[in-house]
Ligand binder design. Structure first.
Ligand SMILES: NC(=O)c1ccc[n+]([C@@H]2O[C@H](COP(=O)([O-])OP(=O)(O)OC[C@H]3O[C@@H](n4cnc5c(N)ncnc54)[C@H](OP(=O)(O)O)[C@@H]3O)[C@@H](O)[C@H]2O)c1
Length: 343
């Protein structure tokens, strides 16, 4: 029987790309998506995908769709607790086991909250297959990014682990053009370019600019998504865990220092006449704190531009032979910058 998949965020950068990857790899899967606005071309591009109208606050619809599905792939807003609660309620209300892939991100491991390594290299690199690091993931502080939803997932795994197997998809910063019908651009390059103005129209860094983060091309990330969904279809016991924990899947294929990314973006901005000088300038923390304003996360600027978040996708490497195959970040920056500029 064809597996029944319920997918959210299908017009987003990540969720839209996941839908495209699943339909392409497995046209026989029965896929239903939640949409609050349907792109005009959606029915003709995806004639076999069923659309349910609603948003993340449509608790009854989410629970009902989760109840009907074998696998739920929840994307779009990694912090939206009511939608996750509704999906978990639907999944736990049925007698048969089911699977949930929840989109989070390695921002959960960023060191933004402490001044110790802002702007400098933090030697700590996390692995999703190391028992000590997994214990850290299970007990992150409440101010860690996406912690509210992750606590819901840990609670659900502890209470219903036999019934609902949970994978936490944990990509780092993503680059490359998405393949969905809605947003096709990732967030970092767009926000950095928007914040260049706050740094006197120059690319910028904090401290030494040596803080480093992992990155993944959206194409590589989609290969991982398809493999994790296939693991759910095949009832692979290694999908979640260890034990009653959700299974974390890091996805980074490379890492870069902030200053190198800033310089790479700066080169394209200079060539395009957006900045007069590609060389990044140092800015103070008060400038960083005024950037990337976000109602739910007042210090998003520290996270994006001054923190480290270094991870290795060991679990996916061991389970699926996952590795980076798409072009690297530095080769791809030009396309991402031009897309962000609308050129
Ligand atoms: N991009 C990255 O580098 C990255 C890396 C790691 C983690 N993440 C996390 O992944 C999540 C998604 O990122 P993204 O880049 O894919 O975002 P995105 O392109 O903005 O996509 C968001 C998607 O979720 C849908 N959505 C959002 N709120 C909704 C609501 N209340 N009801 C119904 N649909 C809703 C949007 O629908 P509409 O089209 O109708 O607005 C869209 O389909 C974010 O929480 C982000 O923090 C992103």
């Amino acid at each position: 029987m064809s597996p029944k998949i319920f997918l959210t965020g299908a017009t987003g950068y990540i969720g839209g790309s996941v839908l495209h990857a699943l339909v392409t790899a497995h046209p026989s899967y029965t896929i239903t998506v939640l949409l609050r606005k349907t792109p005009p071309s959606f029915p003709s591009v995806y004639p076999n995908v069923k659309i349910v109208q609603g948003d993340y606050d449509s608790a009854e619809i989410l629970a009902e769709q989760a109840r009907k599905a074998d696998i739920v792939v929840h994307n779009g807003d990694s912090d939206h607790e009511p939608s996750l609660t509704a999906l978990l309620a639907g999944l736990t209300s049925k007698p048969t086991p089911s699977y949930l892939l929840h989109l989070s991100g390695t921002g959960i491991l960023s060191d933004w909250a402490s001044p110790a390594h802002l702007g400098t290299l933090n030697p700590k690199v996390y692995s999703d297959a190391d028992p000590t690091d997994i214990a850290t993931l299970a007990s992150l502080p409440d101010d860690a990014l996406h912690r509210g939803t992750e606590k819901l997932l840990f609670r659900a795994a502890a209470a219903h682990g036999e019934k609902v197997r949970i994978a936490i998809m944990c990509p780092p910063d993503i680059y490359g053009r998405g393949t969905g019908l809605g947003n096709t651009q990732s967030v970092f390059v767009r926000m950095f370019i928007a914040d260049v103005r706050g740094a006197g129209n120059r690319p910028f860094y904090y401290g030494e600019g040596a803080n480093a983060r992992s990155w993944v091309h959206v194409e590589d990330l989609m290969k991982l998504y398809v493999r994790v969904v296939e693991a759910a279809v095949d009832n692979e016991t290694s999908f979640s865990g260890p034990g009653e924990f959700p299974g974390y899947y890091f996805a980074g294929t490379q890492e870069h220092r902030h200053i190198d990314v800033a310089r790479g973006i700066g080169r394209v901005l200079e060539r395009e006449g957006v900045v007069a000088d590609a060389e990044p300038v140092e800015v103070g923390l008060e400038v960083i704190d005024g950037m990337a304003r976000h109602p739910r996360f007042p210090q998003l600027g520290r996270y994006l531009y001054a923190s480290n978040s270094r991870t290795r996708a060991v679990r996916a490497g061991k389970a699926f032979g996952y590795k980076g195959e798409a072009p690297g970040l530095m080769e791809s920056l030009e396309g991402d910058v031009l897309a962000a500029l609308g050129r």
